[in-house]
Design a protein around this ligand. Structure first.
Ligand SMILES: Nc1ncnc2c1ncn2[C@@H]1O[C@H](COP(=O)(O)OP(=O)(O)OP(=O)(O)O)[C@@H](O)[C@H]1O
Length: 256
């Protein structure tokens, strides 16, 4: 009997709400180890609330949510999960009063007891890993382009060598060239570091360029999950419109 790898993230029967507003009902999702999973859905469909629930920031009304097999609502498990994940939130918020290298050093100072000179060297390594030159470390976030800020955010998310990376609309606000370069960076990091990536995006190019599978959220649940080729055969009206519309066709042609 062959062993089936445990999913890195498992969500079963999830229900979330804010007062009378039900965001998710009966939502199931599995994220496999080593994959880049794209999460799409209309505005307000609950992508960010799902991310917050997986991160243990929003408590579910019902259902089971595990990361690395650990229950995200369990306090002791949360600390262990936190050590093994990196997150780039939608706003990418770097601390504006700190330099770029101080931003990347922040997780080390919070979680690891290391001498300052090691921390500085580790931060410089992370910045190089994401393609930022040594001179960038001394700058403030306000002195960087949007693309450089996102890279610095990724460097900070990778500070503690996570196994799992969460990205919430990482290419929003980037021009197409910057966005394409960022896509390539995410794929290269996944390949080099063996990461699992949970990626919320509205960017069709990103889906076609780097996602192994895509989960579609609509009607409060994951209505479909699979490769883009599999989703293109779906009869669901939202999925048809999304993947067979003219913008999607153009992306598909660029990434055959
Ligand atoms: N703190 C909150 N209080 C009340 N309602 C909330 C809160 N956060 C989110 N919601 C509601 O939950 C629903 C899902 O929001 P969410 O931000 O997850 O959508 P989304 O799919 O990420 O949207 P977008 O693509 O626009 O970022 C929306 O109806 C939103 O109004």
């Amino acid at each position: 009997m062959s062993a089936v790898a445990e999913p890195t993230i498992s969500v079963r029967g999830l229900r979330t709400s804010f007062g009378d507003t039900v965001v998710h009902e009966g939502l199931d999702l599995e994220v496999r180890s080593g994959e880049i999973l794209g999460v799409v859905g209309g505005s307000g469909s609950g992508k960010t609330v799902l991310l917050n629930t997986i991160l243990g920031l929003k408590r579910p009304d019902a259902g089971d949510v595990t990361v690395f097999g650990l229950d995200v609502t369990d306090r002791a498990a949360q600390a262990e999960i936190e050590r093994r994940i990196g997150v780039l939130f939608q706003q990418g918020a770097l601390f504006t009063a700190l330099t770029v290298e101080e931003n990347v050093e922040a997780p080390f100072l919070e979680h690891a007891q290391l001498p300052q000179r090691f921390v500085r060297e580790l931060a410089a390594l992370k910045l190089r890993l994401v393609g930022l030159s040594d001179t960038v470390g001394a700058l403030r976030p306000s002195e960087l382009s949007g693309g450089m800020r996102k890279r610095a955010g990724i460097a900070r998310a990778l500070a503690l060598d996570p196994d799992l990376l969460f990205l919430d609309e990482p290419t929003s606000g980037l021009d197409p060239i910057g966005a394409a370069a960022f896509d390539i960076l995410v794929r290269e990091l996944r390949d080099a570091l063996g990461l699992t990536v949970f990626l919320i995006t509205h960017d069709l190019e990103t889906l076609y360029a780097i996602c192994d599978r895509v989960a579609v959220i609509a009607d409060r649940k994951v209505i479909a999950i699979g490769t883009i080729a599999e989703l293109e055969t779906s009869a669901h009206p939202w999925i048809k419109e999304y993947f067979l519309g003219p913008r999607s066709r153009a992306s598909a042609e660029r990434h055959p």
